[in-house]
Structures are given as structure tokens and as C-alpha cells.
Design a protein around this ligand. Structure first.
Ligand code: ACO
Length: 332
């Protein structure tokens, strides 16, 4: 790898974009498909509606649209990109990587490309990897995308899971910055609890067969209750740890951008960290849980709507299947 420049002190986000499929799928629509109610979904999860991609749209298509918007926001062209990382658990296919498909769609010919699999924490993991490439001087401009078509791995007959998920993509461009930027990162994992949230078949353990299809092993399997408790504990702990690494405390935080899995998880995190709910960004009501795309889209919306202003201390906080988690402090 060729070192482009030395002396990069800070890496920051210089452009953001998001894409949500047009189709809105409401709780009332779900009531017609499974034994559920708007009341149950709203009180247990905080979700009112979610977006569902069309049959023609795959994760790379959603990612491409979010990436184009982020490039425009950063006033860069696709040819300026040195690196593309896509965080996804719903890649277009096992291989090639979705990042390579995004590269082709954008025309970002000189970019190195790979995907990472860190479920709902994928966007934060990918940001951290891209930051290191830029800090080391290897690359100048990196595109990081969280893109998911969770509707493609959802069992629409299982009320335990189908009410939770949605589709979307969020993207950002990272580069060296003179002020602000990423201050600290905290990443973690707990493979002992990998069984709590899985997509069992389609990999080398259980290759696709008539049996795996008939047993519905190509859909998300989740132990929601156990995950709930882990999510509250780990997301609260991550906020404390990442702020401490930055030499800051909760009092310094202007806004928390959490992974949007369940409103009750986020309110419990607020209570545990003694953060006022007003300092937390919520959009779960509109989109449900979009795994790696959730944090990316929430960050993009918070910036574009003016909730995040220059100089603000922003904390990203994500948790998901693996188990994996990632938090990041960014000065805007
Ligand atoms: N409508 C109506 N009733 C339902 C529904 C539904 N959609 N889903 C479940 N129920 C029923 C259950 O059958 C159960 O009934 P029973 O008591 O008669 O057995 C009852 O409601 C309670 O079920 P629980 O699973 O205990 O409900 P809970 O309050 O735990 O909520 C939920 C479930 C929303 C899934 C919650 O546990 C949760 O949000 N968990 C965390 C999810 C998460 O964080 N995932 C990680 C990130 S996702 C990723 O990485 C891709």
C-alpha cells in the first residue's frame, strides 16, 4: 500500500447521506399478516412503521443511493474515494462483497473494497477501521456504508421477529479534518452468546438444502428477552467506557446516537447512564431496526435536521448479533 500523506492528526466525517425505500409498511399492515396489534408493537418496541425495499432493490442498491448523497454532501466525486467499506448482514450475495458492487455502481475505480459483518454494530466497526487507514496515511478519503435489506431474511409469518425490522442505508465520507473528528472508540464482542441471534443456514455450517428451506433456517432466529437485557447493560457500559477513554463524562455529551432496536432499551440506557431522554436521538418509530443502517441513518438525520451542531460532542452506541458492540465519541 502506498502512503499518501503523513501527519494526519484527526479523522472526521465530512459528508453524510441516507436512503430509505419508498414503501412504508405500517403496524396496521402487519395486523393483516400475523396475530399482532399496533398497540403491542408500539408499547413493546416503539415502532409504528418501517420501510421495505422493492424486489428489485438489494443492499448494494440502497448503499449506492446513500453513498451518492454522502459524496455530494462532501463535495467529492466517486473517483476521489480510496476505500469503500460496507457493513451489512444482508449482502447482495455471499461473494463478491457488496462493497465491490457499490464500487462498480459508483464508478469509484481506485477504491479498495471490502464488507464487514458486525450486525447492528457494523457501522461503528467500519468507521473505526476506516479511521485507522486514514490516520496511518494509507488512504485519504473513505466511504463507509451501513446497508440492510432485512426484509429479505425476515420470516413474515413469525410475529416475534417480523414486526421489528426494516430496510435502509446510511453512508458517510471520512477524511482528515483540522478541527473536531473522532476522539475515542470502544469495540467489543462476546462470542459465547452468539446463539442469541442468528441466521442459521446458507453458510458452510448448514449449506442451503430442501431441509434448511423447509425448516425456515434462512430467516432471523432471535431470543429477544436475553438480548434485551444484554443490550441495556452493554450499551450503557459502552457509553461510560468510550467517554472515559476520551477524558469526558456524560455531562459533556450533547447527543447520543444509539442503534435503534427497541425504544424500551434506549429509555433503560438513558436511566442507567443518567442521560436525559432529550439527549438521545430516536427514529425507531419511523423505520424499526435496520441493523447496521440504523446508527448511520440516525446520525445523518440528526446532522441534516440541525440536532447536531458544530462543536457538539456526539456519541454513537451500537449493539447486535455476535454479540458485538461499538461506541465512538466524535466532536462535530
Ligand atoms: N404481537 C403480539 N404478541 C407478541 C408479539 C407480537 N408481534 N411478539 C411476541 N408476542 C408475545 C409472545 O408470544 C409472548 O406471549 P406469551 O407471554 O403468551 O408467551 C409475549 O408477547 C411476550 O413476549 P416477549 O418475547 O417476552 O416480549 P418482550 O417484551 O421481550 O418483547 C422484543 C420482545 C420486542 C423482541 C424484545 O425482547 C426486544 O426488543 N429484544 C431485543 C432485540 C434486540 O436488541 N436485538 C439485537 C439487535 S438486532 C440485530 O443485531 C440484527
Amino acid at each position: 500500500m502506498r502512503v499518501i500523506s503523513n501527519g494526519v492528526k484527526k479523522v472526521g466525517i465530512i459528508g453524510l447521506g441516507s436512503y430509505l425505500p419508498k414503501k412504508v409498511f405500517t403496524n396496521a399492515d402487519l395486523e393483516k399478516m400475523v396475530d399482532t396489534s399496533d398497540e403491542w408493537i408500539t408499547t413493546r418496541t416503539g415502532i409504528k412503521e418501517r420501510r421495505i425495499a422493492s424486489v428489485k432493490e438489494a443492499a448494494s442498491d440502497l448503499a449506492q443511493k446513500a453513498a451518492e448523497s454522502a459524496l455530494k454532501d462532501a463535495s467529492l466525486k466517486a473517483k476521489d474515494l480510496d476505500l469503500i467499506i460496507v457493513a451489512t448482514i444482508t449482502p447482495d450475495m455471499q461473494f463478491p462483497s457488496t462493497a465491490c458492487l457499490v464500487q462498480k455502481a459508483l464508478g469509484a475505480a481506485k477504491a479498495a473494497c471490502f464488507d464487514i459483518s458486525a450486525a447492528c454494530a457494523g457501522f461503528v466497526y467500519a468507521l473505526s477501521i476506516a479511521e485507522k487507514f486514514i490516520l496511518s496515511g494509507v488512504y485519504r478519503n473513505a466511504l463507509v456504508v451501513g446497508s440492510e435489506k432485512l426484509s429479505s431474511i425476515t420470516n413474515w409469518k413469525d410475529r416475534n421477529t417480523c414486526v421489528l425490522f426494516g430496510d435502509g442505508a446510511g453512508a458517510c465520507i471520512l477524511a482528515s479534518v483540522k478541527s473536531g473528528g473522532i476522539i475515542s472508540t470502544y469495540l467489543g464482542a462476546d462470542g459465547k452468546n452468539s446463539h442469541l441471534l442468528t441466521l442459521p443456514a446458507g453458510g458452510s455450517r448448514l449449506p442451503t438444502s430442501k431441509e434448511t428451506v423447509s425448516k425456515k433456517l434462512h430467516f432471523v432466529k432471535m431470543q429477544g428477552n436475553e438480548l434485551f437485557k444484554s443490550a441495556v447493560r452493554i450499551m450503557s457500559d459502552s457509553v461510560d467506557k468510550v467517554l472515559r477513554k476520551a477524558g469526558l463524562s456524560c455531562k459533556d455529551l450533547d447527543i447520543l446516537i444509539p442503534h435503534q432496536a427497541n425504544i424500551r432499551i434506549l429509555l433503560a440506557v438513558a436511566k442507567k447512564t443518567a442521560l436525559p431522554a432529550g439527549k438521545i436521538y430516536f427514529n425507531i418509530e419511523k423505520y424499526g431496526n435496520m441493523s447496521s443502517a440504523s446508527t448511520a441513518i440516525a446520525l445523518c438525520e440528526a446532522v441534516k435536521s440541525g440536532r447536531i451542531k458544530k462543536g457538539d460532542i456526539v456519541v454513537l452506541d451500537a449493539f447486535g448479533a455476535g454479540l458485538v458492540w461499538g461506541a465512538m465519541v466524535i466532536k462535530w
